[in-house]
Design a protein around this ligand. Structure first.
Ligand code: COA
Length: 354
């Protein structure tokens, strides 16, 4: 892993800003005192829009130079991920953005509405409201009363500190995150891999590509991108256990599963997916499927082994599944049946229309 710099180009910096719903805005007020506020901010073109009450503290910042900082912690890294005793390695890996500009009152009605609409898009991307327009009677009066200000950006820079500056720390940090396994840790594993491109040997053992000697190796992943989700659902909709379910129910099952492992081919296309539910005591595996072109090369077994080592399943005392014709495949992975319990038991289900 080559050492890579942590400062970014301005396009990446704007991307980081888009991921930070709250920005810290600082200025020097009329009395010469420094002031700082945490505010929602959103970009429209090359400006950043802020809003507030008409007689708020931000008024004191109008027409003054301002500095904005946005910060998103990607991974909390305790010292013991890296060293057993010394406290010094404790840190966070993060993305941040730093902006210099001048704060101006936005007076143009359409641009005020566009600024607030951009803020809504950041805060409520799912919709569920009438889009803000200057000529809409629902918003016209409120828009007139509200303070809408814009930062005319003079300089923007970003910083990405995800281990690319400390390649020797990447393997123990990835191993620590996989071991700790909180939901944000899985997302962090993928962010660090994307930033550092570590070789397979630097990954936690369960996530290394399987049987790379048998043709191109697929990489194993623990948090799906939007493209992974689309490709996984395309594999899953026609599967015999989902065929009778509406597409949105299959998608809800994919999105709701707390444990997921996917495999991507060397071009980054998803070619296998497996999900599981778990309460930490018992787990339930569902939706295991390998793209037909990749079957018979050990990928299904690799995905399953990674899933069984997933933090949500790792300590379960029993992991179950149902299959029509995959008994041989699962038996090789240690599954047997029926479950052994020290008392007679019936399985009961309440079935509801999908
Ligand atoms: C079942 C499935 C996930 C296996 O994936 P795969 O990548 O082809 O499996 P692998 O290559 O990792 O096979 C691992 C081992 O299981 C064996 N195996 C694979 N599928 C099997 C099956 N259906 N029955 C018995 N053994 C099977 C393989 O021969 C291999 O044995 P080996 O280790 O001795 O060589 C894949 O065939 C698939 O997606 N099937 C359709 C969907 C499905 O049935 N899912 C399971 C429903 S619960």
């Amino acid at each position: 892993m080559a050492k890579r710099k942590t400062t970014t180009d301005s396009q990446t910096a704007w991307g980081i800003l888009d991921e930070c719903p709250v920005l810290h805005v600082s200025w020097i007020d009329a009395e010469g005192r420094p002031d700082v506020r945490a505010l929602h901010g959103a970009r429209v073109g090359d400006a950043i829009y802020l809003h507030g009450a008409p007689v708020g503290e931000k008024n004191g910042a109008l027409d003054r130079p301002v500095t904005l900082v946005g910060h998103a912690v990607v991974a909390r890294i305790p010292s013991h991920f890296v060293e057993p005793e010394r406290a010094c390695p404790a840190t966070t890996w993060y993305r941040s953005v730093h902006v210099r500009g001048v704060l101006r009152l936005e007076t143009d009605a359409d641009r005020r509405a566009a600024g607030l609409q951009a803020l809504m898009q950041a805060l409520q991307p799912e919709g569920g409201y009438r889009p803000i327009r200057a000529d809409d009677p629902l918003y016209r009066a409120g828009l007139r009363k509200m303070l809408v200000a814009r930062v005319d950006v003079q300089a923007i820079s970003g910083k990405v500190t995800l281990g690319q500056h400390q390649p020797a720390r990447v393997p123990p940090v990835l191993a620590g995150l996989w071991r700790r396994g909180e939901p944000d840790d899985l997302r962090a594993i993928e962010a660090i891999r994307a930033a550092c491109r570590p070789p397979a040997a630097a990954l936690p053992e369960a996530l290394r590509p399987h049987r790379p000697d048998q043709g191109p190796a697929a990489s194993l992943h623990v948090h799906p991108t939007a493209a992974d989700r689309d490709a996984a659902l395309a594999l899953l909709y026609p599967a015999y256990w989902n065929q009778h379910l509406p597409a949105e129910v299959v998608a809800r099952g994919f999105d709701g599963a707390p444990a997921w492992i996917g495999a991507r081919d060397p071009d980054g296309r998803l070619v296998a997916t497996a999900s599981a539910m778990s309460d930490g005591r018992r787990g339930w595996i569902s939706d295991v499927i390998v793209d037909p072109a990749w079957r018979g090369r050990g990928l299904g077994a690799a995905v399953m082994r990674a899933l069984l080592d997933h933090p949500r399943l790792r300590r379960c005392v029993a992991v179950g599944l149902r299959t029509r014709d995959g008994q041989g495949f699962y038996r090789r992975l240690g599954f047997g049946g029926p479950s052994e319990r020290p008392f007679p038991i019936s399985e009961m289900w309440l079935n509801r229309p999908a």
